[in-house]
Design a protein around this ligand. Sequence first.
Ligand code: MLT
Length: 410
Amino acid sequence: MTTLPTVELTVYAYECDAYGHLNHATAVALLERARWESLARGPGIDLFHRNGVMPVVRKATVEYRAAVFPGDVLRVELTVAERGTTSWTVRHVVTRASDTMPVFDGEVVLVCLDRTGRPTPLPDELATLLGPRTSGAHGTRRVVVAGGSAELAVDVRGDGVAVLFVHGFPFDRTLWRHQLAALTRYRRIAPDLRGVGESRGTSDEYSMARYAEDLAGLLDALDVRRAVVCGLSMGGYIAFEMVRRYPERVRALMLCDTRASADAEDARRRRDELAALAGRDGPGAVGERLIPNLLGAATRAERPEVQEQLLAMSRRYSVPGMAGALRAMRDRPDSTRDLPKITVPTLVMVGAEDPTSPPAVMKTMADAIPGARYVVVPAAGHASPLEQPLASSRAMADFLDGLPASEATG
Ligand code: MLT
């Protein structure tokens, strides 16, 4: 993704409402100001004029995260999330400069019009500035791995230390949408695993080893030698496999809502029943069976959209992808004896109400990993990064910011 110059803007009192907050209209206007400022720092604000075209906004969405007040200085990171023939999408990640608190993100689709008001192909100078055409939606890349047996869809954002986000089951990469927006000082890499979401798996091979191999191939393709591996639940099982197989690729670990033990006999039987359900009634039926029982009470009561988002993720599995994930989890090795051998900095994070990897289990796991940091996220269940995005992202940012220099830069 092409990055445009980052800008800092001060919020003025006239941009705020009677309660002193930046209001919606001015948030959108502020994003526009940021784009012009960014142009002023790059090719100049006469870029469109000198090429005989004008940009118009076709769609703008803003997602708010925290209140903004007069006098706040906001840092706006701009990336070209998508580039077509006549249009492009700019993603804005807005943080408060004083403490890097994420305050809102915006996504704006612009179209290039000629002097008669018709859409027209981007002039060369603009096309060069915005970078190569993207194929997938929102700048998603596609990377072929494992000798062509899978093609992974992956979101890659920002620069800095690489953080590889590995989703759990039955979720996809959008589980990490808030962390991708918030952790702006890091290179965030979030793939869909094979057979999930927009990724394809062309073979029937599913195992923790295969997933780990896919991810090592993904890091190769992105030219990343070492990454902080952040895995939630099944993503944690894969993170353990990466530590076993590719220790040199793992800079640090963030283990969320996961467990080190293998499946007991009854759990193995339930995996087979769920695989049969996916084959009979579709992957969404498995989501409907599992997801309502995974969330915290506050999420269920106050944020029904979180459950909807998770159900939508489960529907994006292919049947082989879902059955394969269930088999891979059923047959995964026990990682308990590996815990004391982990030598990289590790964050162990759990939702206070996680029913499947409860705090007591996670605490025991953290105690077995030398020097691990243990954090409980209040009012969250099994999907803590989505249920409590601010608290989860803050815990991750604190951990990442505190990595020793050799971990942070090596
Ligand atoms: C997950 O979130 O990945 C699952 O709960 C893992 C599991 O079923 O063991």
